[in-house]
Each structure stands twice: as structure tokens, then as C-alpha cells.
Design a protein around this ligand. Structure first.
Ligand code: 13P
Ligand code: SF4
Length: 347
């Protein structure tokens, strides 16, 4: 998709799904306490563990932490599911994360607070069209981002997340392999530039990161010249060009540990600020700008699909033990190959 197409698709999606941008922040504090206590009991009763992404409601993140579950980036979420003894994996994130957990752990029950939480990258890469695209380049390795459907993963040679994409492509390039990459055009362009690998890119984008603005970022930097800029690689190329560090959500959090640097401008979903504030209470963090000329601000740095995870639907799914992730067995078998390559890859 080109930029205009991405914008059209995203506004259609917002209308179609009646996407809301926020979840439990309207729930009174005493209600939050009751809900958290109920969820804790239900997790224990069902021998379930909570695996949450950094973009979901801080109340859900803190619950996962308190209960020795997992709060992390998408790669660590996938790996955690493989190591836990729990019989049920409760994935607070978006659908591709639930599908990844199920494919890697077919013997476990995988449930999600909502099955409607998808991702613009997944939606922007329909399996049939992507197959036709890949079929044009039969001599190339197919490398896909984790933010895709199980069907797309099934046709891939490799699945990667933003924390290992660069190293995997470097590795393939050193082996003399040429690559078809999908779906995120910004992440693909960044890796292509950094590695010099021969890559053909699919054209889709994340509606959240696509909104970060170069001009606004420059202005912000001039207001805080001593701040370091941390950018998720799903952001546009000109925004990435201003970054002091480009990386996954976990890598962004780790980068903020740098001694002697106390100010950061952060270009990713605002859910991450809960972790940043908790880990570094004496440092200052600024949200990268999404406003400015040409701004559409459909998400305002907040993924609408991640925002569909709430304490209320988390409690409901644990009461009903429904919203189970089911992946076709044949598709899962094929997707396992590329997903195991991802979880076994050593940097
Ligand atoms: P991470 O792998 O960096 O957590 O990214 C997942 C994602 O969906 C970012 O938008
Ligand atoms: Fe997908 Fe972007 Fe949301 Fe991540 S932030 S889940 S890439 S739409």
C-alpha cells in the first residue's frame, strides 16, 4: 500500500471496528482493585499465566508482573510461552501474538481477552496477495515480520521481530541469499539500508508508528538538545534518521538505562511509558510528536487494537475460558518451521 492507501485503509478500519483508543482508564480505582484480585484468583484456578505486551493497559502489565507472568516485546512473549509450565497462556496483546503462542505450543490452550484485536500490518498483508507477490521471486528467501497471519507465516522461510530482524537479514545476506520482505515497508527499508542486503519489499505500515513526524521531532529536539531519541523501526525513514537508537520495545527500554543521560524522546506506542517511568523514576521521557502539518493522528501514539485489552474482558475470558485461538493444523505445521527459526536464532 502507498501512504494514501494506508491512510484510507486505516480510517475505514477505525469506522468498521468502531475502534476506541482507550480501555480501563475510566474504571474507578476501587473497581480496578476488585478486578485485579478476581483475575489473580482465576489465573491460579485455571493454571494460566498472563503474557502481556508493553503497549497494553498498565493495569494488565502490572498484574502480569505481580504474578510472574511476562511483560515484554513480541519476541520475548513468544519465547516465554515456550518455557512456562502453565497449561493455559493468556495473551494480552494482538491476534498475531496469540497465534504465534498457539503455533509454538500446540498442546497448550491459548486464550485472549478479545479476538478482535488485530494489527494494520497483518491486515495489510492478505495471504493470497502476498503469495502471488512471493511467487514472482522464487529464488528468494521469504522473511516476514511476526505481525502477520498464521497463513503468511506458513509460506515464509523466516519469521522475525524488530529485535532480531537486522541480524537475521545480515546472516542471510552473508550466505548470499536474496530476500522478499513483508509486510512493514519502514522496517524493511531500514534493514535494507543498514545491511545492504538485496531485498524486495511489500508495502504496508503500522498506523501508529507511521504517524510520527520528522519536523515535529526536530522542533522537540531543539527544545531538549540534551535528550536522546529512541525510535521503533516501524517509524518512517526520516524519523528513524534522527534516532540515537533504533530498536524493539525491549531494546528501547534497555537503552534508557544509559548512564548520564536523563532525557529521552520516545517514538513508539505510549503504553511503553508505564515501564519507562517505573524503571527510571528519575529520568524524563517525552512522547515523540504525531501532530504537525499533514497530521491525521488516527491513533495519537496509541495502538487501538492493543487498547482493546481491558481488565473487564480479561476477567470475562478467564470466567468463560473462551476466546480460544485455533490455528488450522496444516497451517500451524508449516508456520512452526519459520517460527522455530525465529525463537532459536542466536544473535
Ligand atoms: P516489538 O516486537 O518491538 O514489541 O513490536 C511489536 C509491535 O507490534 C510494535 O508495534
Ligand atoms: Fe500492529 Fe502497529 Fe498496533 Fe503494533 S502498534 S500491533 S504494529 S498496529
Amino acid at each position: 500500500m502507498n501512504d494514501t492507501a494506508t491512510n484510507l485503509v486505516s480510517s475505514d478500519l477505525f469506522r468498521k471496528h468502531k475502534l476506541r483508543l482507550i480501555n480501563d482508564r475510566s474504571v474507578p480505582a476501587d473497581q480496578v482493585k476488585i478486578l485485579k484480585s478476581s483475575i489473580k484468583k482465576l489465573l491460579i484456578k485455571n493454571n494460566a499465566t498472563l503474557i502481556a505486551h508493553y503497549y497494553v493497559d498498565p493495569n494488565i502489565q502490572s498484574l502480569a508482573e505481580e504474578l510472574n507472568g511476562c511483560v515484554s516485546d513480541s519476541l520475548e512473549m513468544a519465547k516465554f510461552g515456550q518455557t512456562t509450565d502453565a497449561e493455559v497462556l493468556v495473551i494480552a496483546g494482538v491476534k498475531f501474538m496469540g497465534e504465534t503462542a498457539k503455533i509454538l505450543n500446540p498442546e497448550k490452550k491459548v486464550i485472549m481477552p478479545t479476538l478482535e484485536a488485530t494489527c494494520s500490518l497483518d491486515l495489510g498483508c492478505p495471504a493470497k496477495e502476498f503469495k502471488a507477490f512471493c511467487d514472482q521471486y522464487p529464488d528468494r528467501e521469504i522473511v516476514v515480520y511476526a505481525n502477520t497471519s498464521a497463513e503468511v507465516k506458513a509460506m515464509a522461510d523466516w519469521v522475525v521481530t524488530s529485535s532480531i530482524a537486522l541480524e537475521v537479514v545480515e546472516h542471510l545476506d552473508q550466505e548470499g541469499k536474496k530476500i522478499v520482505w513483508g509486510p512493514d515497508k519502514h522496517l524493511g527499508a531500514y534493514i535494507k539500508k543498514e545491511t545492504g542486503a538485496d531485498m524486495i519489499l511489500w508495502d504496508a505500515a503500522c498506523i501508529v508508528h507511521d504517524e510520527f513526524k520528522y519536523e515535529g521531532m526536530l522542533k522537540m529536539k531543539s527544545l531538549h538538545p540534551d535528550a536522546k531519541i529512541l525510535v521503533h523501526p516501524e517509524s518512517p525513514e526520516n524519523v528513524v534518521s534522527l534516532a540515537d537508537m533504533v530498536g524493539s520495545t525491549s531494546q528501547i527500554i534497555n537503552a534508557a538505562a544509559e548512564e548520564g543521560i536523563n532525557k529521552f524522546i520516545v517514538a513508539t506506542d505510549k503504553g511503553i511509558f508505564y515501564q519507562l517511568a517505573k524503571k527510571y523514576p528519575n529520568k524524563e521521557f517525552y512522547e515523540a510528536p504525531t501532530a504537525g502539518e499533514g497530521a491525521t493522528c488516527k491513533s495519537c501514539s496509541q495502538c487501538p487494537w492493543m487498547g482493546m485489552n481491558s481488565l473487564k474482558n480479561l476477567e470475562m475470558v478467564l470466567i468463560n475460558m473462551n476466546n480460544e485461538i485455533i490455528v488450522d493444523k496444516e497451517v500451524a505445521k508449516l508456520a512452526q518451521r519459520s517460527l522455530f527459526r525465529m525463537t532459536n536464532f542466536k544473535k
